[in-house]
Write a protein that binds this ligand. Structure first.
Ligand SMILES: Cc1ncc(COP(=O)(O)O)c(C=O)c1O
Length: 406
């Protein structure tokens, strides 16, 4: 894969007409190392976040051997690439035949469930296997997250003790899992959820073998600067210490976004400007799903291959290339006032739920990928300028952005 020192060098060298995924493997490695060192337990990478082989290899090479998988395709991918990996099938509603194949062909032993129907399905589909590790997913408050997940999955706390007791009858190992929602901005969400796990253990009288605190760890975006990740680790460690569990109980986390968000950016081209709207060549149906559907504001860096920009920044909205008016990312994305056709924009933090969400809708699809050696525009790791928020752009690193417009 071609390597460039920066997105600017890439734009100047190739002048690409399609969007280009710019991987920063070193940023993935740094994030994985942080989690492996700071989390008090096992790390399972949530494959859905970014299943690109280069990203998976970086996660694996950094030391992760556990993977959270949600579909047969993800299971095949991980089993084919890493024969020594341990997979946990963490989708609470699964197809019977897929459960059977996961168990028989791919040696998956860990399955999540949030209902008695799913429990029976797993038991039947695995032929009443005696070596199942079953995790009961508990619904917990998702108040502090940008993407709520608990209305879809999770057994309610009042029904959880019965489900846990039923699972205990057939499980060789038993666990509880939860998800506080994606991009969770408050470490206290884990304290609250783990307190609920404590109540559940006391009410059901069950001995747990696994406590899985899920994903939800945040990345940094303009207007969304979370507390340092060390605060999250501290909160979790303190709450786990209060659980009535034995030394041998495994503690798991399934981070996705926090491991890979800053591991990629996307270089897009401006095809048209209409007022404060920039029509770009990637969008909601491409790698910018979160910008269109959840109004995420990504960090942006303007690139002009010849000449200079004027300094003042103004807020733009983006339209993507498809004919659908939902292909709209309202922003605001702060860029120079004189943006025009042919300019490029590096859109940062697209490593999580970016290329993974890409469709071929309307014939727009690009697999062009390069490696960049420079640092991501924003980072949740190392010395970031967290306190120095710029109220215009919402960027903690806006000083860096202005400097790079030269
Ligand atoms: C079961 C499960 N685990 C982990 C994750 C990863 O979450 P995040 O990317 O917020 O860390 C998800 C995301 O949807 C999930 O559904």
């Amino acid at each position: 894969m071609e390597k460039f020192p920066s997105a600017r060098a890439l734009a100047r060298s190739l002048a690409p007409i399609n969007p280009v995924t710019c991987l920063r493997p070193h940023a993935v490695r740094r994030a994985v190392h942080f989690f492996l060192n700071a989390f008090p337990g096992e790390i399972l990478y949530a494959v859905k976040t970014n299943p690109r082989p280069e990203v998976l290899d970086e996660v694996y090479d950094a030391g992760v051997r556990n993977f959270d998988v949600a579909s047969l395709a993800e299971i095949e991918l991980i089993a084919g690439r890493y024969p020594d990996a341990r997979m946990a099938f963490m989708n609470p509603v699964k197809n019977r035949d897929v459960i059977r194949r996961a168990y028989e062909e791919f040696r998956v032993r860990h399955f999540v469930l949030d209902s008695e129907e799913e429990l029976n399905k797993i038991v039947e589909a695995t032929g009443h296997a005696q070596d199942l590790s079953l995790l009961v997913r508990l619904a917990v408050p998702n108040h502090h997250s940008e993407l709520e997940l608990s209305s879809k999955y999770g057994v309610q706390p009042d029904a959880a003790p019965d489900l846990l007791i039923a699972a205990r009858q057939v499980a060789s190992r038993l666990g509880v899992a939860f998800h506080v929602g994606s991009q969770c901005m408050q470490p206290s969400a884990w304290g609250t959820a783990l307190h609920m796990v404590r109540d559940l253990i006391l009410k059901s009288g069950i001995i747990l073998d696994i406590v899985d605190v899920g994903g939800g760890f945040p990345s940094v975006y303009p207007y969304m600067t979370p507390p340092p990740l060390t605060d999250y680790m501290r909160e979790i460690t303190a709450a786990v210490d209060k659980l009535p569990i034995s030394e041998s109980c495994e503690i798991w986390a399934e981070p996705g976004r926090a491991l890979v968000a800053e591991g990629a950016s996307t270089l897009v081209r401006v095809e048209m400007r209409r007022g404060d709207n920039l029509y770009i060549n990637d969008g909601t149906y491409g790698s910018l799903f979160d910008a269109g559907s959840l109004n995420f504001i990504y960090p942006v860096r303007p690139i002009r291959t010849e000449g200079r920009f004027q300094k003042p920044l103004i807020g733009y909205a983006f339209y993507g290339p498809t004919c659908d008016s939902l292909d709209h990312m309202k922003g605001p994305f702060y860029l120079p006032a004189d943006m025009r056709e042919g300019d490029y924009i590096e859109i940062g933090q697209t490593g999580a739920y970016g290329c993974a969400m890409r469709t071929k809708f309307n014939g727009f699809h690009s697999d062009e990928t390069v490696v960049l050696r420079d640092e991501p525009m924003l980072t949740a790791y190392g010395d970031r300028i967290a306190a120095q928020n710029d109220t215009t752009t919402g960027l903690s690193g806006s000083a860096v952005l202005l400097e790079q417009m030269k």
